[in-house]
Design a protein around this ligand. Structure first.
Ligand code: A3P
Length: 352
């Protein structure tokens, strides 16, 4: 259906095309970004999908399917295949990638605020992050490629800023075609964060179930070690195209990491920006305490189709909370599994 010229969507779309990207995705495309409804699940690739190994997992209310070595929620497998076949990266695209519960929301906010700082000064009273949850600012690749909404990506002005939890093999043309920013986190803190998050939907979910599915890799987008390694290796091979960040380092030195991010994006802070405190404004705008206190992050749900309250994205915002949730034996067990999987690669989670 054509959009009437006087509708809010038409006006926002006209504004958007007059302005360079990134633009807040929700302003032009509404709030149906994260997941599509079951009715929208694609019948595409049905034969291939039907032949995949399946599992149920504590971290997912749906079946997981193993596609090219990764466990994906069943409704995202078609999205993965579509992304592999049809995603056309532009040279100035930027993709924020992460394993769930590793700092995606924060990195989305920081990258949006950094990239869009000319159009939206980070100390400005009308900054989009003051009225939108960070996830509403970026299109979520698997949501769009599952729901047959790829044209919405095409219509975005450059430079586009997008978000995904997909492992790197699902976006094979992204490197070296465009830029990727990845964030990893100590898996022990990731498990704790995930358990609390899922608990908002399923309060009865035992911590052990989430812990065990992390240990054996059978979780959405898992195994976590292969997810991390794919991006880490790409960052070593193409540091100009993949920036590998750590949640713990971001906590320790947010301003330094934002400078690194801006340099990587090809837009280092100018002397004038440094003098006027732009870096600190971005850090402050995106800080845990600030985002958590905003109305946009306190009310509503992640998505009309995903009934987890938005405030679940802002729980503790620290590292090391695992000590309050697992025994030293459990911690060593997970550390040893991860160390074994990483053996010989040169990667460690404790490289700080
Ligand atoms: P905790 O549950 O340990 O508090 P994701 O965004 O990938 O879902 O990750 C969520 C985790 O990031 C949560 O961790 C959340 O509190 C934390 N987080 C969200 N926004 C943050 C921010 N601005 N600064 C620091 N941590 C943040």
């Amino acid at each position: 259906m054509a959009t009437p010229p006087c509708s809010p969507h038409f006006c926002l779309a006209s504004m958007a095309s007059a302005r360079e990207g990134p633009i807040p995705f929700a302003d032009t495309h509404g709030d149906t970004n994260l997941v599509s409804s079951p009715e929208q699940r694609e019948e595409e690739h049905a034969d291939l999908i039907a032949a995949l190994p399946s599992a149920s997992a504590a971290d997912s209310p749906v079946k997981l399917l193993r596609y090219q070595g990764f466990w994906l929620p069943d409704f995202y497998v078609a999205a993965a295949i579509n992304l592999q076949q049809r995603f056309e990266p532009r040279r100035d695209d930027v993709i924020v990638a992460s394993f769930p519960k590793c700092g995606t929301t924060w990195l989305n906010a920081l990258t949006f605020a950094t990239m869009a700082r000319a159009a939206y000064p980070p100390a400005g009273a009308d900054h989009p992050l003051l009225r939108l949850n960070p996830h509403q600012c970026l299109p979520f690749l698997e949501g769009l490629f599952q729901g047959g909404r790829e044209a919405e990506l095409e219509a975005l002005p450059s430079p586009r800023l997008m978000n995904t939890h997909m492992p790197l093999p699902m976006v094979p043309r992204a490197v070296p075609a465009c830029r990727l920013v990845y964030i990893c986190r100590d898996p022990k803190d990731m498990v704790v964060s995930l358990w609390h998050f899922l608990g908002r939907l399923r309060p009865e979910l035992p911590f052990n179930s989430v812990f065990e599915c992390t240990c054996d890799g059978t979780m959405s987008y898992g195994p976590v070690w292969d997810h991390v390694l794919g991006y880490w290796r790409a960052a070593i091979a193409r540091p100009d195209k993949v920036l590998f960040l750590r949640y713990e380092e971001l906590l320790r030195d947010p301003a330094g990491q934002v400078r690194t991010l801006a340099g990587f994006l090809g837009t280092p802070f100018s002397a004038a920006e440094e003098a006027s405190g732009t870096v600190d404004s971005i850090v402050k705008l995106c800080s845990f305490g600030h985002l958590k206190g905003l109305e946009a992050n306190k009310i509503g749900h992640l998505n009309p189709l995903l009934p987890i309250p938005r405030d679940a994205l802002f729980r503790n915002g620290a590292s090391g909370d695992w000590v309050n949730h697992m025994t030293p034996e459990m911690a060593s067990h997970l550390d040893e599994i991860v160390a074994e999987k990483m053996r010989g690669t040169g990667f460690t989670f404790s490289e700080l």
